[in-house]
Ligand binder design. Structure first.
Ligand SMILES: Cc1ncc(COP(=O)(O)O)c(C=O)c1O
Length: 432
């Protein structure tokens, strides 16, 4: 029987009156799904599965946009949180948990001599940028990737309304996997860059020698190198990209994967830089920085992720997905418009347009069928400890059905009779 979204639709109508887009996070809003053929509200999760407010069940490959590394409603993480709940949530002084978690990160993260906890990825990247500016006495920052919602980064994107022009002018962008693009930027503004920040793993990952080249370029330019590991941390390897590729930045920002969904993030780095927080007037301090439920949950999450065999299994499941998807793309001859993208733990598909269909038309056809088949995805997928071979096989079977739809749309050069709900409408769009 076709899925019904009656309750989701009714809640959405209510939500739109009281909160913009009906969701607190752009990428969790209906703009990323085919409205009318997808849920808008989830109710609960268990392991790798979630249930929407109408009772429809999905295998969730979004994992709350990355935070759910272990799985929903995990007994070990829950037990740690509940034990802490009995003792209290936020206190008037620091707790032992802060020390334990900071010590754990200094063991796990190659650049982490000291750690400061904050609440979300934007706090962590923004703290790193402020520290770099203070340490170097310079103002410019070079960015590559997405680094959160604060002015210093969003000012460099098309969504920059409300940000002073002078702030926008301090941020310059460079191209991933192209060391020359950074080299040119650094040469154009000699001795002016405080920091070079990038997501170290984008698309299919760094080309051989790329991260090493950035390490050398930043050292020569006197700028600090910051890895934004908000996505890559705890996902590809426990110690993130710097563990995987053996390149150690001056600082790194972590967030999403640290607490299996609990709101906790961290900036970590060289002691001589981090110490500016305590002694040199660099202000990085927030009421909930040491909130204990997230810290207890994070300790439990990290101890699960540290077990032997966890990451090889995540990579193997991701490979199983990507090879199944590749075979389905070939079977339906849709390789012109559907491209496999990403490394196994965080991989999936991207879309291109063809004829009169643009890339969002193709993405919408895909998305509609995936949701109908019980798969929650927006393109790139996160593999958690809770995902199983059966989940992956369900994903691949759904993708096979979605590619058949795309084939029909391409042959007809039309979505008539194929896309039966709204087209997706992401916040950040490409030109084509
Ligand atoms: C690489 C990266 N950095 C920073 C952020 C910002 O994190 P948050 O949304 O928790 O502020 C994100 C969020 O998607 C991200 O993907």
């Amino acid at each position: 029987m076709a899925k019904q979204y009656t309750k989701s639709q009714a809640l959405l109508a209510r939500a739109r009156k009281v909160t913009p887009l009906g969701s607190q996070t752009y990428s969790k809003s209906v703009r990323y799904f085919c409205e009318g053929a997808a849920p808008a509200f989830l109710d609960r999760g268990q392991g790798s599965h979630v249930w929407d407010v109408d009772g429809n069940e999905f295998v969730d490959f979004m994992c709350a946009l990355g935070p759910v590394t272990v799985g929903y409603n995990d007994p070990q993480v829950n037990a740690a949180v509940m034990a802490q709940l009995q003792k209290g949530i936020s206190f008037s002084m620091a707790t032992e948990l802060e020390v334990e978690l900071a010590e754990a990160l200094t063991r796990i993260v190659p650049c982490a001599e000291m750690v400061r906890f904050v609440k979300n990825g934007s706090d962590a990247t923004s703290s790193a940028i402020r520290l770099a500016r203070a340490f170097t006495g310079r103002d410019l920052v070079a960015v590559c990737g997405y680094h959160g919602m604060q002015d210093w980064y969003i000012g460099s994107t098309t969504n920059r309304r409300g940000i002073p022009t002078d702030v926008c002018a301090l941020t310059k962008t460079f191209v991933y996997n192209d060391p020359d693009s950074l080299q040119q930027l650094l040469a154009e503004y000699p001795d002016q860059f405080a920091a070079v920040i990038l997501e170290p793993i984008q698309a299919d990952g760094p080309a051989a020698g790329y991260l090493e080249a950035l390490r050398e370029l930043t050292q020569a330019a006197g700028a600090l190198l910051i890895f934004d590991e908000v996505v890559s941390g705890f996902r590809y390897a426990l110690g993130g990209a710097s563990e995987l590729y053996k390149v150690t930045p001056d600082m790194a920002a972590f967030g999403k994967g640290m607490g299996n969904g609990l709101p906790i993030s961290a900036v970590a780095g060289r002691a001589d830089v981090m110490e500016l927080i305590g002694t040199q007037g660099v202000f990085i301090s927030t009421t909930f920085g040491g909130e204990t439920l997230s810290m207890a949950g994070s300790m439990a999450t990290l101890s699960i992720l540290a077990q032997p065999g966890i990451y090889p299994r995540i990579w193997a499941l991701g490979e199983r997905m990507l090879s199944g998807v590749r075979a389905a793309i070939a079977k339906h001859g849709v390789g012109e418009v559907v491209k496999v993208s990403g490394l196994a733990p965080h991989g999936g598909v991207g879309f291109e347009g063809k004829g009169s269909l643009d890339y969002l038309d193709i993405m919408s056809v895909y998305q509609q069928r995936m949701v109908e088949q019980g798969i929650l995805t927006t393109g790139i997928n996160n593999i958690s400890v809770a995902h199983s071979e059966a989940d992956i096989d369900q994903f691949v079977a759904a993708a096979d059905a979605a590619f058949a739809d795309i084939r029909r749309a391409l042959d007809a050069d039309s979505l008539d009779g194929i896309l039966l709900a709204c087209k997706v409408n992401p916040i950040f769009k490409r030109n084509k």
